[in-house]
Design a protein around this ligand. Structure first.
Ligand code: GLC
Length: 816
């Protein structure tokens, strides 16, 4: 990007918004059925239609005799899919296709395709055309109603609703600020959902080359364009937003349950320069009692930036360092970039040469390009034999007790004019050779796949953690995503909300930005506000660039340190609740961090609301994201909402004006919610002095009931796959005279380490006349010393009950 007015020189103007002069499907000359698909043979290209699963229809252009139904690695092989049968009729002007309750109508004259289903907004693909000049360049126009809203599309700048935006899917290393006109960032997820008055459908354009989604240029339509390959579109039925996301997850897979330590706080810096600095950092956290699970090692740990090495001067004894860190309860996550330094004296490089593992030019030479280590070669991760090599290479780290890897620069980023690999480089792609231009967006995901599978094979039953910058649809199966090189700008703090919310709506629940901002210099105030917000994101890492002001939690004096400590502590207290929602995400694909529109899709106030968000389905977090600001407006949707700090109750469907001095993050819990917390720990595996879980019940009034089926397991291994997990059903029923609470295990496969299970009932206005099943009433201050009993906190209107952990469950009856 030119950074002077020369950027807008008339000769630099792009003509991309001009109308397209492609050819339509053309006259459909022939219709045939083949392998449960319907093939429409047009005069310019052909279209195949098939049912992938109930609620998922695939439309794919093709040339030649028959379509190639191969998919990209985005789509998982899955058992239990139930493709629906296809019936069709034709007239001179139209082909009508019925798949389940869905009807497709294809005009034989214009090629327009409509997908109708009573439960859904109709999809009108008014045109699908192929550009005459560039082979494989398809353009489709989808009509949009005035009140259609668009979500998803992965990691993009801008606000929540993507209507009115234009994006390119081309994984890009964008060091320039992530401003709204940046059409491409590191991830490419060509999947969107359209919401119209609460009803929704999804479109997934499975093409890992460059694609464009333009919801801006044409007033009443969205343009979807591919630059290479075929137009391979999945229409995904709703009718709710949640159902679309669940179905998209059925297609592209789900996040495996991460280890709990990966949900903890991560501290990073480009770079912690040597062993001494890393150990000091670790001790600082423990001495200051700021919880932390992970320290990241950026590129300086390596010998000349050669992957799978340590710099012997900076890190003379990694074994010893790892042992000390382990004893303090830290995990180390080292950075591993794809570029392998071209150096015949470097064994890893030569292994790749000998094994024929690197990407090559069409003429068969190893392709190289400059990255941190200088001229480097790039493993061809589209090939399983190359991934296997890379998997085995992870042993270098796992032998040291490392169980997490940070994959960066995997767009791949290359320090050249185009910022990436030559598009004419050839990928083996398991025998189906492709140019880099055709599969560019897969590179990062295939690399993370190799890292994840390698760690998994080597970790002896422990769950791996992989963090990635680049990815494509399906990346959730292998890695968490951080949103790359943001800056220490207030604007980037607030943009992180819609960015990560839309990642969540695109199948990627485990994501977060560099807290405090990566480039530029943070301030104490920005760090405090960003940490408050960031600890409620799914992924929590503070990371900053070389030469920027330090931004560890203690870098700006005591007040800021205390705020960071308090909120990082909350992250750990909330771990049982967060972990429960991670489990839900691993099962359903629905995000942990949710935009309000996901829960309240009929409420027009929330269509583009993205300066507040939900954790799970019942806690609203409303950060302050401007400097010198102590007040903000918060929208509370339908229901009743309880101020987390004061217990004050508010009716929903209103904006409230909230005071939030620096130490306060506005938080609201939905009345009726059951929400869980445990003790503060210094790291996820630490056994706390007071091992308990407290279920907070936000009472909501007579005649109501609420439930939570709470999941837990060891948080560390895959033993849950062998049944070592628990689900506890907590049920609350409220009447005029009493409240009953029952808790019982519906699955008991894992023995929890806690000694007590507590209940807190918030919103009880007077001392209950009796609490059956809870032992004796004691003064509040004495409850901690009791094994069972109950106390009433008059000042806050909270009933606290302490019970012993017990696999048989509990029954409480509170007489009001
Ligand atoms: C890239 C990464 C950043 C990292 C730096 C050095 O800019 O995005 O997180 O610190 O490279 O490795």
């Amino acid at each position: 990007m030119l950074d002077t007015s020369a950027a807008i020189h008339p000769e630099n103007a792009s003509h991309r918004t001009q109308s397209h002069t492609g050819v339509q499907l053309g006259n459909i000359t022939h219709i045939k059925e083949l392998d449960q698909a319907l093939l429409l043979v047009g005069s310019h290209f052909n279209l195949a239609i098939t049912s992938v699963d109930a609620g998922v229809v695939r439309l794919k252009t093709y040339r030649g005799q028959a379509p190639n139904w191969n998919t990209t690695p985005a789509i998982i092989a899955a058992e239990g899919r139930t493709p629906q049968s296809i019936t069709w009729t034709e007239t001179d002007v139209q082909v009508s296709v019925t798949i389940g309750k869905t009807r497709l109508e294809i005009s034989r004259i214009t090629g327009a395709i409509s997908i109708r289903n009573e439960a859904h907004p109709t999809v009108e693909m008014v045109s699908l055309q192929r550009n005459r000049e560039a082979i494989g360049d398809y353009t489709a126009f989808i009509s949009l109603a005035e009140d259609d809203h668009i979500y998803g599309l992965g990691e993009k700048t801008g606000f929540l609703d993507k209507r009115g935006e234009r994006y390119t899917m081309w994984n890009s290393d964008v060091y320039a600020p992530h401003v709204p006109e940046m059409e491409a960032l590191y991830q490419s997820i060509p999947f969107l959902t359209v919401l119209n008055q609460g009803r929704s459908y999804g479109l997934f354009l499975d093409n890992p080359g460059k694609t464009v989604f333009d919801m801006r240029t044409y007033a009443n339509s969205a343009m979807l364009q591919t630059w290479t390959g075929e137009f391979d579109l999945y229409w995904i039925e709703g009718p709710t937003l949640k159902e679309v996301i669940v179905r998209y997850g059925d297609l592209t897979g789900r996040m495996p349950l991460p280890p709990k330590w990966a949900l903890g706080y991560h501290q990073s810096r480009y770079s912690y320069m040597d062993e001494k600095e890393v150990l000091e950092l670790a001790h600082n956290f423990r001495e200051k009692e700021i919880p932390c699970d992970v320290i990241h090692l950026d590129i300086h740990y390596m010998n000349g930036y050669r992957v799978f090495t340590f710099d012997e001067n900076r890190f003379p004894n990694p074994e010893r360092m790892m042992e000390e860190l382990r004893s303090l309860g830290f995990h180390i996550v080292p950075i591993v970039d794809p570029g392998v330094k071209k150096d015949p004296m470097y064994a890893v490089y030569m292994e790749g040469v000998d094994g024929d593992f690197y990407c090559k030019t069409a003429e068969g030479d190893i392709y190289t390009g400059p990255v941190w280590p200088g001229e480097s070669a790039f493993p061809d991760f589209t090939e399983s034999r190359v991934r296997e090599w890379w998997q085995e290479k992870q042993r270098f780290y796992t032998d040291l007790g490392i169980d997490g890897i940070w994959n960066d620069m995997n767009e791949p980023a290359i320090f050249n004019e185009t910022k990436t690999m030559d598009v004419n480089v050839i990928h083996g792609n398991e025998g189906d050779r492709k140019t880099h231009g055709e599969v560019h967006n897969l590179y990062g995901m295939c690399m993370s796949q190799a890292s994840y599978e390698g760690l998994k094979a080597l970790l002896d039953g422990k769950r791996p953690f992989v963090l990635t910058r680049a990815g494509y649809s399906g990346i959730q199966r292998y890695a968490a995503v951080w949103t790359g090189d943001n800056r220490s700008f207030w604007e980037h703090m607030s943009m992180a909300m819609p960015m990560v919310l839309n990642l969540g709506m695109s199948g990627v629940p485990f994501a977060g930005p560099d807290i405090g901002g990566f480039a530029h210099h943070t301030s104490g105030e920005l760090l405090a506000r960003w940490t408050q917000m960031g600890v409620f994101f799914p992924y929590v890492r503070n990371h900053s660039a070389i030469d920027t002001l330090r931004q560890e939690p203690w870098s700006f004096g005591e007040e800021i340190e205390q705020i960071c400590q308090q909120y990082i502590g909350l992250r750990y207290q909330w771990m049982p609740y967060l972990y429960h929602w991670f489990y839900e995400a691993s099962k359903t694909g629905l995000p942990v961090m949710r935009p309000l529109v996901l829960e309240y899709p009929h409420d027009p106030q929330v269509y583009n609301l993205c300066d507040q968000f939900l954790v799970g389905d019942s806690v609203i977090i409303a950060p302050i994201y401007r400097p010198n600001t102590e007040w903000r407006s918060v929208y509370l949707p339908e229901g009743e909402w309880v101020d987390y700090w004061s217990g004050e109750r508010y009716a929903g469907k209103q904006h409230i004006h909230v005071h939030a001095p620096l130490a306060k993050l506005p938080m609201y819990v939905r009345a009726g919610a059951i929400w869980l917390e445990g003790p503060i720990r210094q790291h996820a595996e630490e056994i706390a002095a007071d091992e308990h879980v407290t279920a907070s019940v936000y009472v909501q009034g007579a005649g109501t009931s609420s439930t939570l089926e709470w999941y837990e397991d060891d948080g560390l291994t895959f033993a849950y796959e062998q049944g070592q997990w628990n689900k506890m059903l907590i049920q609350v029923t409220e009447s005029e005279r009493d409240i009953t609470i029952t808790s019982k295990y519906t699955n008991y496969g894992y023995e929890p380490k806690r000694t007590s299970l507590n209940f807190r009932l918030l919103g009880i206005s007077a001392v209950p006349t009796g609490v059956a099943g809870a032992g004796d009433q004691v003064p509040l201050e004495q409850l901690a010393a009791q094994t069972t009993g109950w106390a009433y906190d008059t000042a806050r209107g909270v009933l606290v009950v302490k019970l012993q952990e017990n696999s048989a469950g509990h029954e409480l009856s509170i007489t009001l």
